[in-house]
Design a binder for this molecule. Sequence first.
Ligand code: CAA
Length: 694
Amino acid sequence: MSEVSTGPVSVDMVDGVARVSMFHPPVNALGLPLRRALVDALAGIAHNRQATAVLLTGQANAFSAGADITEFNAAAGSPDLRELVALVEDFPLPVIAAITGVALGGGLELAMAATARLADPEARLGLPEITLGLLPGAGGTGRLPRLVGPERALDMILSGKPISAAQARRDGLVDAVFSDPASKDGVRWAAHFALKGDRTRTRDRQHKIAGAHAVRGTVAALAAVPLRKAKDPSAAQAAIDAITAGIEVSFDAGARVEREKFEERRQSPESAAQRYLFAAERAARKPKNLNPGTATRVARAGVVGAGTMGGGIAMALAAAGIPVTLVEAEQSALDRGLARIEQNLATSVAHGSRTEADASSERALIESSLDYGALASADLVIEAAFEDLPVKKDIFADLDRHVREDAVLASNTSYLNIDALAAGTAHPERVLGLHFFSPANVMPLVEVVRGSHTNAEALATGFELVRRIGKTPVVVGVCHGFVGNRMLEVRSGQAERLLLEGALPGQVDQVLTDFGFRMGPFAMGDMAGLDIGWRNRKAQGRTAPVSDALCEAGRFGQKTGTGYYAYEGRDRRDDAAVAKLIEGVSAKLGIVRRPISEQEILERLTLPMINEGARILAEGIADLPGDIDVIWVKGYNWPAYRGGPMWYADQMGLALVAARLRHYALLTGDASLAPSALLEQLADDGATFDGYGR
Ligand code: CAA
């Protein structure tokens, strides 16, 4: 049989094996056209008497990244993925999946329905549906435990994290690993399998799930742990229900639960929010006026300041294989910084998140010096010194003299004016901000701050560097606190006001943890330490009456054992002394305390942030509402299943958001709470944030 092409699928016969190749760039998403083409191709092969086996392969850098996410807004057209998967599993000839690139979600489910699986050593296999607020929808909750056992299956489905080909081989998910299994070697393997291989359907395999009662214990124990931590608890619970039914009752019973729960989750607001975020993240990767082609590939980076941030940034660079020179002003500070890096590496080796070999090569990539001259060969230098404008200005002026003329200079400032830093240099066009979040070696977000003079090359170089180290860059403009901290400051102001008006820290924090944040503002303040903000406020002549009073009483947070709460180790409890102190501050300011409802707390903490987000958009500090949402989800742990503040506002309805803000402006006499011009305009037009700026 010569090559036959049915749109995104082509079939060629090699030595009696029908090789079916999916080619539907960029990632072979299994949308309706690809599903139809596969069904047609398989129908053709079923009548071909010369074929002894099918080798199912994916070109376009992927076996398949799964169901087409853009199709989830409506019910799937026929054939749906389940029908395709059933066709493969019941096909009269053995079907061998040859996995190159990724096999994710529905892509892996298709491969699991095959009779056997081959993988390229670089392949990655996973069921990431949970990150979209879903559970696997095409038999994955039943087939994965039958191939790898319930423990590994739960881990993969609840974490959503893909595994390597080597791991998949150890777990029994794939049968052989070798380079380019879609080529002749794969054909040979498939032909041999047709003669000798075990053709038991995956759904009928029992040995990994035998002993249902023993398994029930494992399932219950495992289920209890991740659910508490799950990013989307409802999706996690749905997956657990389907897996459990599939093991304890039967494959078909599990499949029924899976189908019902999948539909429920697909139509849920939580999944819609996470699908929106998936698209928003990808849109943030293509900011307007940024041409990746103008970026310089950073061969060596420099970091100034070996404190917690500087050390974390150096680690993040080294972890991506980028040599880095860490510069400090004094030997003792440098020694402390290097010791902290050492400690972090040792901890991650002990926890198994790094091998000793990785830790050693990262260590070897970090050089240190007390001399700016050591930065002469760096392509990009990140300043991560003390958050003080004069200090940073001096550093930039020094750097300007020591680095190459074409090197990019970045500041890790979280608030300060990038243009003011650039002004003291001879080449302000090469200056930008790279605002990492703490701990910088862990947190996935970086705000890439475009100064008014930053040129296209410097911006693209910073942006591409952030991508290369595996973090999410979002381009923002210059203003105090950029996007994230500017909105956080608004929320902090409201949190403090709520205490003065009648709420207590535990009540406020509880509302936000119920909403889905991991921590409320006061628990977070205690963890970070209250004294730094206090000192900054004093220096700037600002006040925050409750926080100031706590600091004056020596309550600096966890490190002193008392702050907004009292601590024993890390365990916190409400403290009657704090309630008394707050009541005293309210009285001193002449504020009559009143009971404050949970609804008011939630609205006063979220709606002013949204209002500030609208100002940020109107000022052009962020290009898209999605950029703001990505920043809040990735940088501040806004629950992904609520989509980010701007998405959340759209779901609430902007007219209602504006009305509630007007209400609070009147109630508190705080004019800054009144809806911003953009919010008013969108609300009047019956419009949403989504769609703004496109
Ligand atoms: N459906 C539709 N489009 C997809 C897609 C999918 N499953 N996966 C990726 N794409 C698109 C992206 O939107 C992007 O489009 P643009 O170029 O227009 O921005 C393009 O493919 C390339 O993707 P990335 O920019 O993300 O490229 P990458 O190389 O960084 O990552 C990837 C590739 C690892 C495949 C990543 O895209 C990914 O993780 N995709 C999602 C995988 C996933 O969640 N699959 C499960 C789907 S749900 C499911 O399958 C349910 C079920 O059981 C029935």
